[in-house]
Design a protein around this ligand. Structure first.
Ligand code: AMP
Ligand code: MN
Ligand code: MN
Ligand code: MN
Length: 282
């Protein structure tokens, strides 16, 4: 099996490595085809593509768009997008624009829970000041001794019903898919298992409704193998992909050494019933 990774982050969004460092790490760990998929921003793609060329790796332009669908926050990965496509650029600019005000509200809420200085603290971890998000706050909460690691932050803070959570209106699902498709890209529903756990999560009926709507809008693939899915979830979402006639994607969702569910490098194979989205990206 070819080692490939269609979902990862650099410090252009909430990863800790530069785009070039992400590519170097992927290369040194055997990845042959890589998509960089920063949240709501495509500024890392040029640097990453140039470094991938030096390593003779195949590079795919990607992005991960934050979406509000009903009461849920979803992430839609765009693969093979054209970063020069105007509506996509403008759309992402609009999605990013609310982040700073949201971050200030998150900081106020944390202050009410007795944690001061969170905005200033989080900004220090945000390499791209327009892209401040929950991961930067999580790093501050670890750095200031409130939590032992980034993962455990999301059990006690920054999620629905806990200090530091601020509801936010992201892009519309229809817009995100439209921007991706309009730019020549493939829309992938990222880490679907994450929408089915925790407070405010969706049940199976809602997941099916989402998959119907996603397909009707022109979404093409489901992320089946991802860092945050269990082996059982690979099978569960391979079945959904089969039922809804969607292709399957595979990516680490790497954010930084020692911080992510999974490092870059060999990922488990897609279940055999899957039709890999990689095949139509070749
Ligand atoms: P934001 O776009 O600012 O809402 O931040 C979302 C980011 O927070 C995700 O892309 C993840 O990097 C991180 N995140 C959210 N939930 C978790 C979790 N349960 N464990 C680890 N990281 C999480
Ligand atoms: Mn992230
Ligand atoms: Mn995501
Ligand atoms: Mn991601």
């Amino acid at each position: 099996m070819l080692d490939y990774d269609l979902h990862c982050h650099s410090n252009v969004s909430d990863g800790t490595l530069t785009p070039a460092e992400v590519v170097d790490r992927a290369f040194s760990r055997g990845v042959k085809v890589l998509a960089l998929t920063d949240h709501d921003d495509m500024d890392g793609l040029d640097e990453a593509r140039m470094r991938a060329l030096q390593h003779d790796m195949r590079f795919i332009n990607g992005v991960e768009i934050s979406v509000t669908w009903r009461k849920h926050t979803l992430h839609i990965v765009g693969l093979n997008i054209d970063p020069e496509y105007g509506p996509l650029k403008d759309g992402l600019q609009a999605v990013r624009s609310g982040r700073t005000a949201r971050a200030m509200k998150m900081s106020d809420d944390l202050a009410r829970a007795g944690i001061g200085g969170a905005y200033q603290g989080a900004v220090k971890f945000a390499h791209n000041p327009n892209m401040i998000g929950r991961t930067h706050f999580a790093r501050y909460l670890v750095d200031s001794g409130h939590c032992k690691d980034v993962k455990s932050v999301f059990n006690r803070y920054l999620v629905v019903g806990k200090p530091g959570y601020v509801p936010h209106e992201w892009a519309k699902l229809s817009d995100a898919i439209c921007w991706i498709r309009g730019s020549g890209g493939i829309a992938v529903l990222a880490h679907p298992g994450r929408y089915m756990v925790g407070k405010n999560s969706m049940g199976k009926k809602t997941m099916r409704e989402l998959l119907v709507e996603f397909s009707m809008l022109g979404g093409r693939a489901l992320e089946v193998v991802t860092g945050s899915h269990t082996a059982e979830q690979y099978i569960e979402f391979a079945r959904y992909a089969d039922e809804f006639n969607l292709l399957s994607s595979c990516g680490s969702d790497f954010h930084g050494p020692g911080e992510s569910y999974r490092d870059m490098g060999r990922l488990p194979d897609l279940p055999l019933i899957c039709r890999p989205v990689l095949e139509i990206l070749q």
